[in-house]
Design a protein around this ligand. Structure first.
Ligand code: G1P
Length: 300
């Protein structure tokens, strides 16, 4: 785990990681392996996400998990046999690496989402563990590389304005149907003050190309909205975006463009792009990999 590189807002102490999704876009690898455990070079996606929260000052990590996701719990637990073996072999650097995944001041809490009822339902599953505090949500397959953690950027904004705030990025007009899309007016802070948000609109249904990209700071009022939506739609998916739209009727919600590069690691292309870029910067293999990329013949 990287050292904390920014001072936390003590207002946000908990991060929710919804990880119960099936990951069907990555089959066959996700048949028995959680998509959150897919690596970018040598570190699983979920670890990058947890590191981002930790570096933002958060110490309580809440995983909304499901069947077949047990390896995520193991990853953030002590690996007793591995540690003994590494110690016996005198491999102290590797031992430190294994131990650093779960620093002693970090708490991991797991709650099961029994049915795949959408992101809103996953967040609602965390309600008993959050209570009445504002909290963060991180979607691990939106992988972020930035100077300051993207979550810390949102937290700094929340600290100032105390309204829910979502990370957004521009996407091609042909891809709005993959995202929650926001509309609004410029706020003095540089953020957008939302007037409307819609989950995965059809292409052409909105002129906005400003998409929510997997980082949220939410006020706890979202839970009442989610619970009402859940009561209305006993069977269908519960979208977080729909609850945000309802919050908007009574409270401001901001959307913030952030400094940093986002990779869509929910898609194979994004995963490959992230892998190449992280590999090029990797201390063990970066230089050799860059040289190999330059000299490699076109395999086709
Ligand atoms: C989810 C959200 C969507 C958001 C997206 C970001 O969709 O429902 O609003 O824009 O994450 O990645 P999913 O990608 O899980 O379908």
């Amino acid at each position: 785990m990287k050292k904390e590189i920014s001072v936390s807002s003590s207002l946000i102490q908990k991060a929710v990681f919804p990880i119960a999704g099936l990951g069907s876009r990555f089959l066959p690898v996700t048949k028995a392996t959680p998509k959150e455990m897919l690596p970018i070079v040598d570190k699983p996606l979920i670890q990058y996400a947890v590191e981002e929260a930790y570096a933002s000052g958060i110490r309580q990590m809440i995983f909304v998990t499901g069947r077949t996701k047990r390896s995520v719990e193991d990853h953030f637990d002590t690996a007793y046999e591995l540690e003994i073996e590494l110690e016996r072999a005198g491999k102290y650097e590797l031992l430190e690496l294994a131990q650093s995944i779960a620093p002693s001041d970090m708490t991991c809490i797991y709650v099961r989402q029994h049915r795949a009822l959408g992101l809103g339902h996953a967040v609602l599953c965390a309600r008993p563990l959050i209570g009445h505090e504002p909290f963060a949500v991180i979607l691990a397959d939106d992988f972020m590389v930035s100077q300051q953690p993207v979550l810390a950027q949102l937290m700094a904004h929340f600290e100032q304005f105390r309204c829910s705030v979502l990370a957004v990025a521009q996407v091609p007009a042909s891809e709005v149907n993959k995202y929650g899309i926001v509309e609004g007016r410029p706020h003095a802070s540089g953020a957008i003050e939302l007037s409307h948000v819609v989950e995965k609109p059809a292409v052409g249904q909105t002129t906005s190309t400003t998409a929510i990209v997997g980082r949220y700071i939410l006020n706890p009022s979202i839970f009442d909205r989610l619970a009402l939506i859940a009561a209305r739609h006993a069977e269908g998916e519960i979208q977080l975006t729909d609850a945000i739209l309802e919050v908007l009727q009574t409270q401001p919600v901001h959307a913030l463009s952030f400094e940093g590069q986002r990779y869509d690691c929910g898609s194979k292309l994004g995963m490959l792009q992230a892998t190449v870029n992280i590999a090029l910067q990797h201390p063990d293999v970066g230089v050799q990999f860059a040289a190999w990329l330059k000299t490699r013949e076109d395999p086709i």
